[in-house]
Design a binder for this molecule. Structure first.
Ligand SMILES: Nc1ncnc2c1ncn2[C@@H]1O[C@H](COP(=O)(O)OP(=O)(O)OP(=O)(O)O)[C@@H](O)[C@H]1O
Length: 719
């Protein structure tokens, strides 16, 4: 049998290789013995194969003509003899080793050019093996038809690249998920090439290769400002982690680009397929500090809202700011109206300024902001230059000093009054109110020991304030505990600066003397709080009070107070820099706690930013849902996309449990609204109230419907 002649293990064809079927086909195929040995021993004994190479070429070229040009070419695994079986060929090596990157079709073309036999070879002038090489080249042409040779881009040796299995040849073109097509089906570009499987032609799935489908259009998440290009990830720190070629835009509507961007976000690994729902859909940035001791149901509210204490504090301050006295007898001034008295005690005291003073909150007629007005009752201005000195205080811009805005005289109160306008700090208290008014249940005053860290914090804050004032060539002059206000927990500010400059203008005391006196006032202020005795402010014998410090405070604290109270021996002078260097470790402590406080507030602020988005979304939904009529259509909110929004409202807010009780899960509501705002691809099922209809929609679709309805409301009326 003819097949018995191929029983040699080296020459046996694998089962998958095409075998000649019938004698006719066998006659068209060049005998392998001719191919290898130049002649066939069995030619005379009836070998069924062709022994004439020229005839083979003609026959094969005919076969080539018969073959449809676009026929899919499946390369048999062992169609060619292995390199070890082929005698060394003298054909020239490929001009250039194939490199990674360019598409394989091109690569194959260039290889076939470089491998094409020279005209010398074609004429067979080398005889013997040379002519055999020609035959082999011809045979290769026969089998190749028009197809490009397969060369995986990763393999540098062309001969090895031909060893692709027939299964691989049959494999469907690989389309990575999340590319521009967005589906698992091949895209059109690949379709045109699908006749030949060539993995090298498929672009590597790296984020750099794919860009956002429409980077020019992005929304801020709410979608109403679709024309606004807004990228919340413009921060340079994020830019460092993301690939520079692709800007990640989590707000983009297109889910497919979201997936590809998700890949960009997660890194350039081809093995990793990003989840279809990017986890960052709500875009919250949980910046610390975090509380660990919360129960599950508390967590959600905690994660989304600011702490109760802070909220309460801010709300109380807002309420105090907008408080008005409807039946107030207080007059309206030229530039200020709605005066509200801030003095809680009606005590008339002239100890600090030499005139009784009253403090009011008032609204500016010019800008509507609230200011604090300090009125000095019965003051007569004798020198215009005195009131102009207030202008110098406007230069002082320090967090430890209540800013001075203006000063003027008025007769609106029925007398000649001097008014100082300063910034208003709602719900502030004087240090007297805070530290000297503690009473027991019988109404008797109880002495309060203020912790030393609090006093160090006061010292650092006041030192900073004094430094600013002295650098502006001014002196504080007034550091009475009733004229230092506590505007927040542990935050103090010098109040009523500039008053004594005006009131005691005629005394014309030298600035250096006043500045040195500031240190003594400073020492008295802290000492009075430490020993909880206001008599310190007027006492001439301070050593008795200083000795009391040893009971509750450290020697360092006592030494600092003594330094402040001891006047410098002329010509030496004291300055704030000297004080600050002496208490540097406490300055660092104060700085650190201030940074902590700022971190905490920043973290709270970041949450509120996101809550602002939800509020905006709720406002949009509120204007759409249950709208009685729009543009003459009483059913506007019940039909079309608005009907879906109505069901969505039920889904978010009106859920009931198995017993029909309302579900008050705030986490569910917040999470739904966040997903809606971000246009998540997650699907939800909306059921009509009569339970007859069910809609399966994605949040992204609902978002589009909200935007469409909102746009409809914004359109000018058609009637
Ligand atoms: N800039 C300000 N912003 C807000 N509140 C202020 C401001 N300045 C003072 N206050 C508040 O006004 C009230 C009265 O302040 P004031 O300086 O008159 O203190 P006092 O204890 O009444 O002093 P005196 O006995 O000298 O009148 C205090 O509760 C104080 O906290």
């Amino acid at each position: 049998m003819a097949t018995a002649r191929f029983s040699s293990p080296e020459l046996r064809k694998p089962a998958s290789s095409p075998r000649p079927k019938g004698r006719e086909n066998a006659k068209e195929t060049l005998c392998r013995n001719v191919l290898i040995y130049g002649h066939c021993r069995y030619e005379d004994q009836g070998c069924a194969f062709n022994h004439d190479p020229n005839k083979s070429l003609q026959t094969d070229s005919k076969a080539q003509k018969r073959a449809p040009r676009n026929a899919s070419w499946k390369r048999p695994a062992a169609d060619f003899p292995r390199p070890s079986q082929i005698p060394p060929s003298h054909e020239p090596p490929p001009a250039k080793a194939p490199s990674l990157g360019p598409p394989a079709r091109k690569l194959a073309g260039s290889q076939s050019q470089s491998r094409a036999p020279s005209s010398k070879n074609q004429t067979g002038d080398r005889g013997g093996i040379q002519s055999f090489a020609n035959i082999r080249n011809s045979l290769k042409k026969t089998l190749n038809v028009d197809s490009p040779s397969f060369t995986p881009a990763t393999l540098p040796v062309p001969s090895k690249t031909s060893a692709i299995s027939s299964q691989a040849a049959n494999a469907a073109p690989f389309t990575p998920r999340g590319l521009a097509s967005g589906t698992a089906t091949p895209n059109s570009q690949l379709d045109s090439q699908s006749a030949t499987f060539n993995p090298a032609q498929i672009r590597e799935f790296t984020p750099q290769n794919y860009e956002i489908s429409d980077p020019g259009v992005s929304t801020d998440g709410a979608g109403s400002e679709a024309h606004v290009t807004y990228d919340p990830f413009q921060m340079s720190s994020v830019g460092q982690t993301l690939p520079t070629a692709t800007q990640y835009n989590p707000y983009i509507d297109d889910s497919t680009s979201m997936a590809s961007n998700g890949a960009a976000y997660y890194g350039a690994s081809t093995a990793f397929i990003p989840p279809s729902q990017p986890l960052q859909y709500h875009l919250y940035a949980p910046i610390g500090p975090h509380r660990e001791d919360l129960l599950a149901y508390q967590r959600h509210a905690h994660d989304f809202f600011m702490p109760d204490a802070l909220r309460e504090d801010l709300q109380k301050k807002a309420e105090a700011t907008f408080q008005v006295m409807p039946n107030s007898q207080l007059p309206t001034l030229d530039s200020y109206h709605s005066l509200v008295a801030l003095d809680t005690s009606h005590r008339k005291s002239a100890t600090v300024f030499g005139y009784p003073s009253w403090v009011y909150k008032a609204t500016s007629i010019k800008n509507g902001f609230m200011y604090s007005l300090r009125r000095l009752e019965g003051y007569r201005l004798t020198n215009e230059r005195a009131i102009r000195s207030v202008k110098d205080w406007r230069r002082v811009n320090c967090s430890g000093v209540v800013s001075v805005v203006d000063a003027f005289t008025t007769r609106a109160f029925g007398d000649s009054s001097l008014i100082f306008v300063t910034n208003y700090h709602p719900l502030s208290k004087t240090l007297v109110e805070h530290h000297f008014t503690n009473t027991n249940r019988f109404g008797n005053r109880v002495a309060q020991t203020v912790p030393e860290p609090v006093l160090w914090s006061y010292i650092v804050q006041l030192a900073s304030a004094v430094k600013s004032v002295h650098s502006a060539n001014l002196a504080v002059r007034c550091m009475d505990p009733s004229k230092v206000i506590l505007t927040d927990k542990g935050r103090i500010r010098l109040n009523a600066c500039s008053v004594l400059d005006v009131v005691q203008f005629d005394a014309q005391r030298p600035l250096a003397e006043l500045q040195q006196e500031d240190f003594i006032h400073f020492g008295k202020l802290i000492l009075s709080i430490a020993v909880n005795n206001l008599a310190v402010m007027t006492s001439l014998n301070l050593m008795g009070f200083v000795e009391q410090l040893a009971r509750n405070y450290t020697a360092e604290f006592r030494d600092t107070i003594v330094w402040l109270l001891t006047p410098a021996q002329p010509p030496a002078i004291k300055n704030v820099a000297e004080l600050l260097s002496g208490i540097s470790s406490h300055v660092i402590d104060a700085f650190d706690s201030s940074l902590h406080a700022s971190d905490t507030l920043y973290s709270e602020l970041s949450r509120e930013v996101e809550n602002g988005r939800l509020a905006r979304l709720l406002m949009k939904l509120g204007t759409i849902n249950e709208r009685p009529e729009h543009d003459g259509d009483p059913n506007w909110s019940e039909i079309g996309e608005r009907y879906v929004l109505k069901l969505f409202r039920d889904y978010v807010f009106h859920q009931v449990n198995a017993e029909g009780r309302p579900v008050m899960d705030m986490g569910h509501m917040i999470s739904c609204l966040n997903k809606l705002d971000a246009g998540s691809q997650e699907k939800i099922m909306l059921t009509s109230r009569d339970e007859q209809n069910v809609f399966v929609v994605t949040y992204n679709e609902v978002k589009k419907q909200v935007n469409a309805a909102w746009a409809d409301l914004q359109k000018p009326s058609r009637r």
